[in-house]
Design a protein around this ligand. Structure first.
Ligand code: HEM
Length: 430
């Protein structure tokens, strides 16, 4: 059980920290805007051994230090962290899911592994995600964005989540992996169900849907691997098959685990980057007008705008680790097995790293945002996500003279992946 290195926990601080966390995790106010509660934590209880079952960090330096410290990992935790989970029924179901997974011989993806397996698996996939490779995809990503913007232009008014933010990332990863276009709509539905398991607040029904979706994706990729093995192409799946067959560098199951992971990690996150970006721009019309003022978008301004969107309303709010050995870090003495949570959205508003952190300034330059995590699990798709975001906002600027909100923009009831349920917009072509 974690204890403060400096002495016993002050009961008033304990109460303040747990109340703020409760607001973030369980209240409508926290869902609409967690930032006032993040601020309370960051300023008054920056190291919080919470009553919810984990130690919570909110300052940028602490989050970075924990995520970079390999005494904290993911492997021992398994894929389903139980922090704040909805009671014993949900916990029991998560444990059953893990047991079934083991029985079926389904290995972990890199996200749930520690070195050396993590290093081996990640190094095989990372070749496809280098800045150069991703820059090479920019043109094609721009074409996929154009297809979505055609749909939006044709509708005139519609839900930008449905028409743009949700389909685009699935199309991009599908194309990288080599999933045929005819299968994209089906994959999209499965991916949306799949990510529910990431949420600490998931219900048993949500977990059942996620498990079913994971099974269907597994089945789907088993079939596609057989097709690509017979007829390799220049895609990521064929590359993974080659790494297995010719160099024996990963198992058959790991090919499928990686394919599943790329959808789970890369789809809804990037969807939320686009949706949260539109939301922030609608809430700060002067910043939207700054972008729309020039029909020929300035790539530098678009790039800083995407970074600022990631900072201001991070698509991933929470990252977790489990202590792999007894350890002292950031003012806490941890026992092996203790849970640690880093609130990335809070770190992104730490004034020690981002001057005037509550303001949204699309021209802001400065330190890297915490939205992609840090250390060995730093997001493999960070470059890809940024290029997708840049192509979306550049495309919107080029195509439309006016982009206006056309209704309420409620957030989904999710903690880890923060994003909009709907984003009704009206567009006027240039
Ligand atoms: C705005 C969009 C995205 C955000 C905010 C995001 C965020 C993150 C974060 C915070 C982690 C670290 C998890 C941890 O520390 O345990 C992560 C890991 C990962 N992300 Fe992303 N991600 C995004 C898009 C993508 C995309 C587009 C892909 C690929 C298609 C991707 C693939 C991955 C993978 C494979 C990992 C696991 C890396 C590892 O365990 O070594 N992500 N992402």
């Amino acid at each position: 059980m974690a204890v403060l290195s400096t002495g016993p926990v002050d009961p008033d601080h304990q109460k303040l920290g747990d109340e703020a966390l409760f607001e973030v995790f369980a209240s409508a106010r926290g869902l609409a805007d967690p930032n006032p509660f993040y601020r309370t934590l960051r300023e008054q209880v920056p190291v919080h051994i919470s009553g919810f079952g984990g130690t919570v960090f909110t300052r940028y330096d602490d989050c970075r230090a924990i995520l970079r410290d390999n005494r904290f990992g993911n492997g021992a935790a398994g894929p389903t962290q139980s922090f704040g989970s909805g009671g014993s029924e949900v916990l029991a179901y998560r444990q059953e899911m893990m047991a079934r997974r083991r029985e079926r011989g389904r290995p972990q993806s890199m996200l749930g592994l520690d070195p050396p397996d993590h290093t081996r698996q990640r190094s095989l996939v990372s070749r496809a995600f280098t800045p150069r490779r991703i820059e090479g995809l920019r043109g094609r990503i721009g074409e996929l964005v154009d297809d979505r913007l055609d749909a939006l232009a044709q509708a005139g008014t519609g839900d930008a989540m449905e028409l743009l933010a949700e389909p685009l990332p699935v199309s991009v990863i599908s194309e990288m992996l080599g999933v045929p276009q005819t299968d994209w709509p089906e994959i999209r539905v499965l991916v949306s169900d799949l990510v529910e398991a990431l949420e600490p607040s998931a219900t048993v029904d949500g977990l059942k849907k996620a498990e079913a979706a994971s099974g269907e994706l597994w089945h789907y990729f088993t079939g596609l691997v057989a097709v690509r093995r017979a007829e390799p192409r220049d895609d990521l799946l064929s590359g993974l098959i080659e790494a297995r067959d010719e160099q024996d560098m990963l198992s058959e199951g790991e090919i499928l685990a990686v394919a599943n992971l790329l959808f789970a990690a890369g789809a809804e996150t990037t969807t939320n980057l686009i949706g949260n970006g539109l939301n922030a721009l609608f809430n700060h019309p002067e910043q939207l007008n700054r972008l729309l003022a020039n029909p020929d978008p300035d790539p530098e301004l678009v790039a800083t705008a995407v970074d600022e969107i990631l900072r201001f309303d991070s698509p991933v709010q929470l990252d977790g680790r489990v202590c792999l050995e007894d350890a002292e870090a950031c003012g806490v003495r941890f026992d092996r097995g203790d849970r640690v949570l880093t609130l990335l959205g809070a770190a992104n508003r730490d004034p020690a790293h981002f001057p005037d952190p509550e303001s949204f300034d699309i021209g802001r330059r400065g330190e890297p945002v915490m939205s992609f995590g840090s250390g060995i699990h730093y997001c493999l798709g960070a470059n890809l996500a940024k290029v997708e975001g840049q192509e979306v906002f550049a495309g919107l600027i080029r195509r439309f003279a006016v982009i206006e909100p056309a209704g309420e923009r409620p957030y989904r009831k999710r903690l880890v992946l923060r994003g909009l349920e709907t984003c009704p917009v009206t567009v006027t072509p240039r």
